[in-house]
Design a protein around this ligand. Structure first.
Ligand SMILES: [Zn+2]
Length: 688
């Protein structure tokens, strides 16, 4: 589900696209006991037929990958899935327990249980067919004028159907003490604007399949073949028109270019067809006088399309927007057609996950914190939280020392960087205060109705923030999520408990090399450096876009990061080149994370004593432990989609890319000139 009003776009996630739900908690900071070889992932996952200097990722993870094919229901398979499998079982029990107790109306248990029950009741879902959407389809049919069309678009935004454009409430990027409405490009039903234009074979295939998908959807809605084809052509015309004026992944990473604050009166002449006051009023948002427009040229294009495309075409478009956003809450024909395009064509997945997992995914996405409250009680203690907090503080302390001693940064900028680092909020394991869902209503009428009610609740929850002080207690991920993020406007890192989980390993056996690489480097270190990556560094210690670097330091930073752009531009996945500029922020964070984790590890007894575990030196185990963070593989379709839509490089490159810049890696594995991963000193990158 794409919850646009409420999605915070200024977030830097550790993982890509979907946030994956997760598992048990890894404890921190103890000396490494001898881990039995048979349980040691750093031994068991190896592929000794690969030289660590040729392809370190395949050396570290290849054995596991060969023996763990991707299940038909998954687009990829790896460590995140292993953790998620544990979490699925835990959340399944939580939902079953809630559904069983017959809880009083309005309680959290009733909400969790009823959402679960309507989602699992496939007989009722089949019987209802498209009926839950009937009132909305009727509204579309009844549209007679363009103002009525726009009014319907505004009403649909409230229930989670995001047609034509995106609107969300987020902090003003230049005044982080104030919430503002942001208007953003949107309205496409393929994942990115590039899908409408790229001419490579995988994208032209997706585009051809998209046309078929559109025809199939309109056939399901009762159109004959000829009409359905004409409807599909209308969609291609509208969406290609929107895509032409949509910005690329690279362009969307420039926070200055995507910040265009203007009064509603100033926006009006750019979009004379749209009465924005009316759009906001219908959505129940009063007194909006100023907005931040991400891409003004996109809205100019929206206006010209509104003039060019006849009303019937827009009604066709709205039907697609409605059905697409709820297809996976409807009966099988809609659900399966939706899965065929978005699951199989785009991601290569052969079959759907079992229903219970899909309903858990939906529940997690909609009311995940209600599950999280129970999950934390059962699976994550305050003592565990305290250990993660200590590890987080240890990594930040290392970063502080690194900044103080950076050879390329002036004293002036160092002082400001250190001040910003002190400001970074640290949310670790689980929230101190849970989100209040009291006013949310969940019923037993239908799965789709619950979805729309929850979307409506979220819309108002976000819209109600306007004019109020910033809520600094909220989390945008649940504690059971295997992921983490940095929020550039709130200036905080958020590290859910499950991000530290190591599936299948008792805490007592995890040595510090693994701990500092896996939790310290790839999670904590990664997130903390986001505040200083090519995008994050443009925000000051209060989370405002505000240049605080001296020109000399900006030039030095740009020169170093350009080397990383060059490194990743050279990587290829299938026929597609990795996009060094689009993935730069994440690659800087990975590079920094590996360094911070390593420097923290050097303070441990394991490193100082040179303790060998299962034949591996501390440094070997550190780099293998880092590779464990990205253990896994993905289907070619999913990799192609990742390169087109994701600011994260594919997992194997998140290992080989940063590691090849570390002299300690070369020394630990005897990597020499002539080995495929060898990089000359002159091109190796050090930023932090
Ligand atoms: Zn990241």
């Amino acid at each position: 589900m794409n919850r646009v009003l409420g999605s915070s776009r200024n977030l830097s996630l550790t993982l890509g696209a979907a946030s994956l739900a997760l598992a048990a908690c890894l404890s921190a900071a103890h000396a490494g006991p001898a881990m039995p070889r048979s349980m040691d992932p750093l031994i068991q996952n190896l592929d000794p037929s690969v030289k660590p200097g040729d392809d370190f990722f395949s050396y570290a993870c290849g054995g596991w990958i060969k023996s763990h094919p991707i299940p038909p229901s998954e687009r990829g398979w790896g460590i995140a899935n292993l953790v998620q499998e544990q979490t699925y079982i835990q959340l399944h029990q939580i939902c079953e327990d809630a559904a069983k107790v017959n809880a009083a109306q309005g309680t959290s248990e009733q909400k969790v249980g009823d959402f679960w029950t309507t989602g699992m009741d496939s007989a009722a879902i089949e019987k209802q067919g498209i009926t839950p959407l009937k009132p909305y389809l009727d509204q579309i049919d009844a549209i007679k004028t363009q103002p009525e069309l726009l009014a319907t678009i505004a009403k649909f935004q409230v229930v989670g159907v995001h047609a034509l454009y995106s609107a969300f409430v987020f902090q003003d990027e230049k005044n982080s003490e104030q919430y503002m409405i942001h208007l953003y490009q949107g309205g496409l039903h393929m994942p990115d604007r590039d899908y409408y234009f790229n001419q490579d074979s995988s994208t032209t295939h997706v585009r051809a399949e998209y046309r078929k998908h559109l025809v199939a959807i309109y056939r399901l809605l009762g159109e004959n073949e000829a009409t359905a084809k004409s409807s599909a052509a209308t969609i291609m015309k509208i969406e290609t028109g929107l895509a032409q004026k949509s910005r690329t992944l690279e362009e969307r990473r420039d926070p200055w270019a995507n910040y265009n604050k203007m009064s509603v009166a100033e926006l009006a002449p750019k979009t004379p067809s749209i009465d924005w006051n009316q759009q906001f009023t219908i959505a129940g948002i009063a007194h909006v006088d100023t907005v931040i427009v991400g891409q003004p040229e996109f809205f100019t294009r929206v206006d010209s399309l509104l003039k060019a495309v006849p009303l019937e075409g827009w009604k066709t478009y709205l039907r697609l927007s409605l059905v697409s956003s709820l297809a996976n809450r409807l009966s099988r024909p809609y659900d399966l057609e939706n899965f065929h395009f978005y699951g199989t064509v785009l991601s290569g997945t052969k079959e759907q996950r079992p229903r219970w997992k899909r309903v858990l995914d939906a529940e997690e996405d909609n009311i995940g914190e209600l599950l999280g409250q129970v999950w934390v009680k059962r699976y994550c203690s305050p003592a565990t939280k305290a250990r993660y907090e200590k590890l987080t503080n240890d990594i930040i302390e290392v970063y502080r020392d690194r900044i103080k001693n950076l050879p390329w940064m002036t004293e002036e900028t160092k002082q400001r960087a250190l001040a910003k680092l002190e400001h970074v909020g640290r949310k670790v394991a689980y929230p101190d205060k849970w989100r209040d869902y009291t006013t949310l209503v969940v019923g037993r009428d239908s799965y789709a109705a619950n979805q729309m009610r929850i979307d409506e609740w979220w819309f108002h929850h976000e819209a109600n923030k306007l004019g109020k002080p910033i809520d600094r207690t909220e989390w945008d991920m649940t504690p059971q999520t295997y992921n983490a993020y940095y929020d550039g406007s709130k200036v905080e890192i958020v590290l859910p408990a499950a991000a530290f989980a190591l599936p299948g390993l008792p805490d007592s056996l995890v040595d510090d090399a693994v701990l500092y690489a896996y939790a310290g480097g790839s999670t904590i270190g990664h997130e903390i450096t986001h505040g200083f990556d090519d995008e994050g560094r443009q925000f000051d210690d209060h989370g405002n876009l505000n240049p605080w670097w001296t020109p000399k330091d900006s030039i030095a930073f740009a020169a170093r990061s350009q080397k990383l752009v060059d490194e990743f531009d050279q990587f290829k996945v299938g026929a597609k080149h990795v996009r060094g500029r689009a993935t730069l922020g994440e690659n800087i964070a990975d590079l920094g994370g590996v360094r911070l984790g390593y420097e923290a590890f050097k303070k441990t007894d394991q490193w100082k004593s040179g303790q060998v575990i299962n034949g591996q030196t501390p440094d070997q185990r550190y780099f293998l432990g880092y590779a464990l963070s990205w253990l896994g593989h993905r289907r070619p379709e999913s990799l192609a989609q990742q390169i087109m839509t994701d600011v994260h490089a594919p997992q194997f490159l998140r290992v080989n890319g940063p590691v090849a810049n570390f002299p300690e890696y070369y020394a630990a594995f005897g990597v020499k000139p002539g080995d495929k991963m060898w990089r000359a000193d002159s091109v190796r990158v050090v930023i932090w």
